[in-house]
Design a protein. Structure first.
Length: 144
């Protein structure tokens, strides 16, 4: 009985330990963000808060950003491609599209590519902007 209680107690201690947030790892002498991060940004019109994961200094997985406590943006990051959705205050999608970050030894280049779709607050598509390597090459108005 004592062993069962001890094992149960140890199980709860391990499971209930809070996750560390905003940690760094040192790789080749550089301090890099790693693991779960919560980032806050203040602006003149309110506060943005982003939650997601870093792996060896790079954002990975799902990042969720809120503005004044409401869903504002969701990014899904995989293999250098970022699929983004930005939301209206009512929760409907305002715009969605893709971007990517190319990283070389001396620079980082972030840019839009493909179709970016823009929606009104009731969900109807307004227009599509087409991008190639960050340059807008076309814009299609979907309003009738």
């Amino acid at each position: 009985m004592k062993n069962s209680i001890l094992i149960l107690f140890m199980f709860f201690m391990v499971c209930c330990t809070p996750k560390k947030v905003n940690q760094y790892v040192k790789i080749n002498g550089a301090q890099l963000r790693d693991g779960l991060w919560v980032e806050s940004y203040d602006s003149d019109i309110g506060k943005l808060q982003a939650k997601g994961r870093y792996y060896k200094g790079e954002k990975v997985g799902i990042w969720k950003t809120s503005f004044q406590g409401k869903k504002y943006q969701k990014d899904v990051i995989k293999d250098g491609i970022i699929k983004t959705k930005i939301y209206h205050p009512n929760g409907k999608i305002m715009q969605k599209g893709q971007s990517r970050t190319d990283i070389s030894s001396n620079e980082r280049h972030w840019y839009y590519f493909g179709d970016w779709k823009y929606y009104e607050d009731k969900g109807k598509i307004l227009f599509i902007k087409k991008y190639v390597l960050g340059k807008k090459v076309d814009s299609i108005n979907m309003k009738k």
